[in-house]
Ligand binder design. Structure first.
Ligand code: NAD
Ligand code: ZN
Length: 367
């Protein structure tokens, strides 16, 4: 008797096409872009974190006379749909379709570069495309140069945008960078608190990836290695912001992100999206605030996270929810509830029996 075929669908995902890793690799960027310079209207758009304005890196950005360079501040808010739409309209009306887009910065700039690449070729507002596989056409060639490590945005297939209704990514195969440049020299100047919060984003990605039904040998292998690197960077005698640890953190961020491509984030990220959407709290910091209170979901992960917090004397405020109205907490709970893929992974098929708006409100009240 022939056994019936099992009806399982496995993810068939696209990775970054090319990766260069190593100290000083940023100096290869001009050479990397050269073969693309004849495409479309023959110019590149550089999106650089405003932090680098007036810093030595400004003089090393390989922009040619015909290129457009934008120094973008990511201080006020995380990337928004409106911001991307305005940037796209301005660039197209100035010079037409560019050969490509290069993002140089943290997770915010990575997402802006990915989203801009897609929106240059897809008509209408980016709000139309927030979700999975809603983008209609491939974007232009795009390159990511991370200057903070942790979010894994350099390897993920999503460009997270905050819109009027939701905080949700433009998620499809074409979102993924064509090229990334991983130069650990670029993360040396990250302030200590950001170094901690963004690194913890990697650690939390791994804990959540591991603890849920989507985890498999593939996601596990990346998570296990990324957590090992995080332990070396954040715990133990050689822990701290050193060149050797920056080399490791850059790889950990990438591997944490790759672990998620075959798995999912969970409880911490679902709550974090609620907090960020309603109060504008930054992603990695929001995750740290929340992880501190999730011992009943991730006992080992939270215990180790707290060890790292204590080791680096990071002050994570408590009692924040005392300032929040019931209405604010209800809004956060609804944003979090509406992330079924995370709950399905973290809790299982019956998640709706376990996770209720009231339970989510109670979790937010712990903060
Ligand atoms: P960020 O890009 O928001 O930057 C944080 C701060 O660090 C900013 O003030 C920035 O100017 C500064 N900075 C950047 N590089 C620096 C450097 N080398 N030296 C000194 N200062 C520097 O930080 P982030 O935490 O990397 O990114 C957060 C964003 O990433 C959020 O918008 C979040 O939604 C997004 N995110 C995306 C994904 C994804 O898969 N696409 C995953 C997680 C988070
Ligand atoms: Zn994250």
């Amino acid at each position: 008797m022939v056994a019936a075929l099992t009806q399982t669908t496995h993810k068939n995902f696209k990775g970054v096409e090319k990766t260069v890793y190593g100290r000083g690799s940023f100096s290869q960027l001009d050479e990397i872009l050269a073969p693309r310079r004849a495409d479309n209207e023959g110019y590149f758009v550089f999106l650089v974190d405003n932090y680098f304005k007036g810093k030595p890196l400004e003089g090393q950005v390989p922009a040619h006379a015909e290129d457009l360079t934008y120094y973008i501040s990511v201080e006020e808010h995380e990337p928004t749909t409106d911001q991307i739409d305005r940037l796209r309209d301005e660039i197209l009306s100035k010079k037409g379709l560019p050969s490509g887009v290069v993002g140089i910065g943290g997770g915010s700039i990575m997402d802006i570069a990915k989203a801009l690449s897609l929106m240059l070729t897809n008509e209408g507002s980016s709000t139309l495309y927030q979700g999975l596989n809603l983008i209609k056409k491939p974007g232009v060639y795009h390159v990511g140069v991370p200057t903070i490590s942790g979010t894994g945005a350099e390897v993920s297939m999503t460009a997270v945008l905050t819109g009027p209704v939701k905080k949700l990514g433009l998620k499809c195969e074409w979102t993924v960078f064509n090229q990334i440049v991983l130069d650990p020299d670029l993360i040396a100047s990250v302030p200590r608190n950001w170094w901690f919060y963004t690194g913890m984003d990697t650690y939390i990605h791994c804990i959540e990836s591991e603890n849920g039904r989507m985890n498999n040998a593939y996601s596990h292998a990346y998570a296990e290695q990324a957590m090992k690197l995080c332990r070396e960077v954040y715990l133990g005698e050689n822990s701290g912001q050193t060149a050797e640890n920056d080399d490791k953190l850059m790889v950990a961020s990438m591997m944490g992100g790759l672990s998620l491509t075959y798995s999912e984030v969970g409880v911490c990220h679902a709550l974090s999206y609620g907090l960020s959407k309603i109060l504008g709290t930054r992603h990695c910091y929001a995750n740290c605030l929340i992880m501190n209170h999730l011992a009943d979901y991730y006992p080992q992960g939270v215990a180790e996270f707290k060890e790292m917090v204590a080791y680096h004397q990071i002050d994570l405020p408590k009692g924040l929810s005392k300032e929040w109205s019931d209405d604010t907490i209800t809004q956060m709970a609804h944003v979090s509830y509406n992330l079924p893929h995370m709950w399905l992974h973290a809790i299982g098929d019956n998640w709706q029996e376990v996770i209720t708006i009231d339970l989510l409100k109670d979790l937010f009240r712990r903060l």
